[in-house]
Design a protein around this ligand. Structure first.
Ligand SMILES: Cc1cc2nc3c(=O)[nH]c(=O)nc-3n(C[C@H](O)[C@H](O)[C@H](O)COP(=O)(O)OP(=O)(O)OC[C@H]3O[C@@H](n4cnc5c(N)ncnc54)[C@H](O)[C@@H]3O)c2cc1C
Length: 458
């Protein structure tokens, strides 16, 4: 199998170089280009650094088509964005953190996120007197005469999850709840308000009154997010037995499927979670937009509670979004349709929870946690923060930033210290860059000769 492992750790360089994913010279040139990027001082606010990863890599004299294309395999699957759109500076920051601390490659929960994370967090908050209301959507912000937020109007949407539904709440009310009228509830705000909602939802709350107080918030309209569909695929005992007979094991690490359509990756939750018996895979299609106009179908989404029409699978001759993703996935992990635990199969298009993308120039338009409205603070992965690249860590840091601003404003408690991850200075990579430069020149010639031989043999 052609396989790359923990890309970034020095100990895995020989294995990755000889992996067969790219020819040795092309893989060397890709790795050299990463060192080059790590050794190049760049700043978010410098105009000449507003370039994409592709522009950085492709314009180097040592670049080859294959070595530059390798960035796409990485970026499109991890961050749902092509290398020609990704900000070189943001990706550099991500690489810097990884280069300083390459292992472990990732952290993952060893159980489902409700039981291992959200449940305990909710209990802790409730024990501290926090009241949590689920299924309320912020609808409008109210400002008082001082220009502070005085209230938030919420719409109650009982049993509805906008990110898991194929419908809007308005459609659900109209088509499945007998035209039920919207239930609005005004919550008065006396102290500070932290809004931790995606930038598109924030944009919808930006009324003229809010924008006139803080015009910069209007720049959120320039931010871009894309949907990443995910599938919960449970396979039965027959599949596990077949896997066992082949002496094959599904690894507990996230697996990126090279050269897959819809940019697939998956995590075998059952290999990672304690106490799992059958196979449970979570498949992510980072490029699910081409399938956006196809039916999900709703019988295999969270919408089955509203829309109980029977849905069928047709993996061999794909008709729906789900069929297409499973059809493609089966090229890499072969399974039979009768090995699927059909009642547990679910597609989440994550439509209300699109992934914010770090495209070139976006840093400037990202809001700070502090707004010009004195009692309004923002959190979310799209807010400016030291982590920069979209991820859970960035979302958490932005939340800590907002909490610290509230603490400072109200003068309560001890300062919230945010520990920034360490990174090497750019100059650390200069000796390596200079030392390896002649080898990069040699690899370029080697790759060129390979191409020449291939084109003659064609
Ligand atoms: C399929 C997929 C896989 C991912 N994998 C990883 C990974 O492996 N590692 C990683 O670090 N990151 C991953 N991410 C990214 C990660 O999930 C996000 O960066 C992170 O969740 C952002 O957190 P957030 O709090 O900013 O926003 P969210 O987690 O999106 O939270 C925003 C919340 O606001 C709610 N909301 C929306 N509108 C309103 C409204 N009007 N009123 C009230 N509430 C509202 C939403 O329902 C949501 O609960 C993945 C994302 C996706 C889609």
């Amino acid at each position: 199998m052609t396989e790359l492992v923990n890309f970034g750790a020095p100990s895995t360089i020989p294995q990755n170089l000889l992996s067969g994913v790219l020819s040795v010279p092309d893989m060397f040139l890709y790795m050299y280009s990463v060192i080059d990027l790590l050794g190049t001082p760049m700043k978010q606010d410098r105009y000449r650094d507003l370039i994409s990863v592709n522009a950085f890599a492709a314009t180097k004299p040592y670049a080859t088509e294959a070595s530059v294309g390798m960035y796409d395999e990485y970026l499109a699957k991890t961050f749902a964005i092509a290398s020609y759109l990704t900000s070189a500076k943001s990706f550099q920051t991500f690489l810097e953190y990884g280069a300083y601390c390459p292992t472990p490659l990732y952290w993952a929960l060893i159980g489902d996120s409700f039981n291992k994370f959200l449940g305990p967090l909710k209990s802790k908050l409730e024990s501290l007197g926090v009241k949590i209301n689920f299924n309320y959507q912020a609808h409008t912000l109210q400002l008082n005469q001082d220009g502070n937020i005085s209230g938030v109007c919420f719409e109650r949407c009982k049993g509805f999850d906008p990110s898991l539904s194929e419908f809007t709440w308005r459609q659900v009310r109209r088509d499945f709840l007998g035209g039920q009228a919207p239930e609005l509830e005004l919550v008065n705000i006396e102290g500070p308000l932290i809004l931790a909602i995606p930038h598109e939802a924030l944009s919808k709350l930006l009324s003229a009154a809010v924008l006139n107080r803080n015009p910069q918030l209007g720049e959120c309209e320039k931010l871009v997010s894309v949907p990443m569909a995910s599938i919960h695929l449970h396979l039965n005992r027959r599949f596990s037995q077949r896997l066992g007979a082949m002496h094959a094991v599904l690894p507990p690490e996230p697996v990126v499927l090279l050269n897959s359509n819809f940019k697939l990756s998956f995590v075998s939750n059952s290999s990672l979670w304690t106490g799992s018996t059958n196979t449970y895979l979570n498949i992510v299609a980072s490029d699910s937009r081409p399938l956006g106009n196809l039916s999900a179908p709703s019988g295999f989404t969270a919408d089955r509670v509203w829309n109980q029409q029977p849905s069928t699978l047709s993996i061999d001759h794909p008709m729906t979004t789900l069929d297409h993703i499973l059809h493609e996935f089966r090229r890499f992990v072969p399974f039979e349709q009768n090995e699927i635990e059909i009642e547990l199969l679910e597609l989440d298009r994550n439509s209300g929870r699109e992934l914010f993308i770090n495209d070139v120039g976006s840093w400037k338009w990202r809001p700070e946690s502090q707004t010009k409205i004195r009692n309004l603070f923002l959190a979310g992965d799209f807010c400016k923060n030291d982590i920069d690249v979209v991820c859970l860590e960035g979302a958490v840091v932005s939340g800590l930033q907002a909490a610290e601003l509230v603490r400072q404003r109200d003068g309560i408690g001890a300062p919230i210290r945010i520990v920034a991850p360490k990174r090497h200075p750019h100059s650390t990579f200069w000796p390596l860059k200079i030392l390896l430069a002649p080898y990069a020149a040699g690899a370029k010639v080697w790759s060129f000769c390979n191409e020449l031989i291939e084109s003659r043999n064609r």
